[in-house]
Design a protein around this ligand. Structure first.
Ligand SMILES: Cc1ncc(COP(=O)(O)O)c(C=O)c1O
Length: 460
C-alpha cells in the first residue's frame, strides 16, 4: 500500500490508545523538550552497540554512568576515576544483570571454599515489582519475600535480615515502592546485615532498586542515606525513563566497584572494529534514548532536577491534602518528600462500589488512574494511585479532583444492579479483551504460584 495510506491506517488505529499525558498509572516519562526530541530523531538510525562506528555515543553513555554513579556516591579513587555501570533498556534489565552479578559472586566464593552452590536465595519485600519475580525465575533463584502488613506496607529490614542464611546472594531494598511510593529503610538494613554477616562469616550485599527514587531523593531529601555511602550497598538500578525524565526505554545499573561485578560475566568482543566490553542482555539497541538522557542531565544539572522534583512533591502534597479534605479517602502514601511524588489512596467508607469502579469511571473522562490490590497477603486492600510527573500541573490536578468527586457522586447514586451492569459492560469492552501474543488463548497472567495476584496490571 502507499506509504501515506499505511501511515494513516496506523495513526487512526492508534487514536484509540489512551492519551499519555493523562496516563497517571505510570512513572514513565510522557514529556520531553523539542530539542531532546530533535536529538532523538536525528540519532534514531544509530545502533548503540557499534562503539567503533559511533564512538561519541559510547563516550556519552560513559559520561551518563559516571554522572549517575557520582550522584549515588559511588566510592572513587580520585576525581577522574571511571565508575562501573552500564545502560539498559530499563530497570528490569538492570535488576536482572545486578542479580546475576550477585549470584556469580556468591558462587565463586562458595566454590573457592568447596561449598555447595545448589540453592541460592534472594530476600525482598512482598511489595517488590514484577521485575524481581522475573529475575528469580529466569536466574533460578529462590525468592524469599518478607510479607507486608497493614501497619507496614513495605519491607521490614529486621524480618528481611532474619531470612538471610549462607545461601543468600543478596537483599533488595526498594527506594520508592511501586505500590505506595514508600522508601524502604536501607540504612537500618545495612547495619543489621553488617551485624549478621560479622556474626556468621557471610558476605551478603544489598541491591537498591531505585527505579523511581534514584532520580528523586538526591534532590528532595539529600540527607537520606540509602546509596553507596552504605558499605553493604553493592549495586543500584535506576530507570532513566521514570524520574530520569527521558522517554522509554532507558535504565542504568551501577556497581560499587569491580569486586562486585565478576569479570567472567563481561564479554570482550572485537568484531565491531575495536576491543569492547559488553554486559547486557541484548546486543543491539537504539542509541537515541541514551543521548536523550545525557541531554536531560546536562540541560538540568543538579539545580534543575532539584526545582523539578521539589515541584512534583509540592503538587503531590496538594492533591493528597485536597483528597484527604473531602473526608472520603484514606491516604496511604507519604507527603513532604518522605516518599515518591505520588498519591495512593482508597475509599474510607465501605460502599457497594470499590476502587476499581472509581478507576473505570475516571477512564470515561480519559484519565488512566489504576486501581489495584496490595502485595500478596494483603490482597483485600484495594487502592488507587496517581503518579505525579513533570507534565501533571496544579491545574490538571484540580480538574482530576473535580472528576474524582463527580465519579464518586455518580457511583453513590447507583444501586447494586446498575453497578453490576456497568461492570459487565466494562468486562466486555475491547480494551479488556486484550490478549497477549505470548498466550493467545488466555488473559495476561498476573497470578503467582498460589493463584494470588502478584502485580497490578498497568502499574509500573
Ligand atoms: C520499584 C520498581 N522496580 C522495577 C521496575 C521496573 O522498571 P522498568 O519498567 O524500568 O523495567 C519498576 C517499574 O515501575 C519499579 O517501580
Amino acid at each position: 500500500m502507499p506509504a501515506n495510506v499505511a501511515y494513516r491506517l496506523i495513526k487512526d488505529e492508534l487514536a484509540l490508545d489512551g492519551t499519555p499525558a493523562l496516563n497517571l498509572a505510570s512513572f514513565v516519562t510522557t514529556f520531553m523538550e523539542d530539542e531532546a526530541e530533535k536529538l532523538m530523531t536525528e540519532n534514531l538510525s544509530k545502533n548503540f552497540i557499534d562503539f567503533e562506528e559511533y564512538p561519541q555515543t559510547a563516550e556519552i553513555s560513559n559520561r551518563c554512568v559516571n554522572i549517575i554513579a557520582r550522584l549515588f556516591n559511588a566510592p572513587m579513587d580520585d576525581a577522574h576515576a571511571e565508575s562501573l555501570g552500564c545502560s539498559t533498556v530499563g530497570s528490569t534489565e538492570a535488576i536482572i544483570l545486578a542479580t546475576l552479578a550477585m549470584k556469580r559472586r556468591w558462587q565463586l566464593a562458595r566454590k573457592a571454599k568447596g561449598l555447595s552452590t545448589e540453592n541460592p536465595n534472594f530476600i525482598m519485600g512482598a511489595n517488590c515489582q514484577v521485575a524481581w519475580h522475573k529475575a528469580m525465575r529466569y536466574l533460578e533463584i529462590e525468592g524469599r519475600e518478607v510479607p507486608c502488613t497493614k501497619e507496614l506496607l513495605y519491607m521490614d529490614p529486621k524480618k528481611a535480615v532474619a531470612l538471610v542464611d549462607e545461601n543468600t546472594i543478596g537483599v533488595c531494598a526498594i527506594l520508592g515502592s511501586t505500590y505506595t511510593g514508600h522508601y524502604e529503610d536501607v540504612q537500618t538494613l545495612d547495619s543489621l546485615l553488617e551485624a549478621k554477616c560479622k556474626e556468621n562469616g557471610y558476605d551478603v550485599g544489598i541491591h537498591v532498586d531505585a527505579a523511581s527514587g534514584g532520580f528523586v531523593t538526591p534532590f528532595t531529601v539529600p540527607n537520606l542515606v540509602w546509596d553507596f555511602r552504605l558499605p553493604r550497598v553493592h549495586s543500584i538500578n535506576v530507570s532513566g525513563h521514570k524520574y530520569g525524565l527521558t522517554y522509554p526505554g532507558i535504565g542504568w545499573a551501577v556497581w560499587r566497584g569491580k569486586d562486585y561485578l565478576p569479570e567472567d560475566l563481561v564479554f570482550r568482543i572485537n568484531y565491531l572494529g575495536s576491543d569492547q566490553a559488553s554486559f547486557t542482555l541484548n546486543f543491539s539497541k537504539g542509541a537515541s534514548n541514551i543521548i536523550a538522557q545525557y541531554y536531560v542531565l546536562i540541560r538540568l544539572g543538579k539545580l534543575g532536577f532539584t526545582h523539578i522534583m521539589k515541584n512534583l512533591i509540592s503538587n503531590a502534597d496538594y492533591l493528597s491534602d485536597q483528597l484527604e479534605a473531602t473526608g472520603k479517602f484514606n491516604i496511604l502514601s507519604e507527603k513532604s518528600g518522605r516518599g515518591l511524588p505520588l498519591v495512593a489512596f482508597n475509599l474510607k467508607a465501605k460502599k457497594v462500589y470499590n476502587e476499581f469502579d472509581l478507576s473505570s469511571k475516571l477512564r470515561e473522562r480519559g484519565w488512566i488512574v489504576p486501581a489495584y490490590t496490595m502485595a500478596h497477603e494483603l490482597e483485600d486492600m484495594k487502592l488507587v494511585r496517581v503518579v505525579v510527573r513533570e507534565d501533571f500541573s496544579r491545574n490538571r490536578s484540580e480538574i482530576l479532583l473535580r472528576d474524582i468527586l463527580a465519579a464518586i457522586s455518580l457511583l453513590d447514586s447507583l444501586d447494586e444492579k446498575a453497578l453490576e451492569s456497568h461492570r459487565k459492560y466494562r468486562r466486555s469492552s475491547a480494551r479488556h479483551r486484550h490478549r497477549s501474543a505470548l498466550s493467545p488463548n488466555a488473559a495476561p497472567n498476573t497470578k503467582g504460584k498460589a493463584g494470588k495476584a502478584k502485580t497490578a496490571p498497568g502499574v509500573c
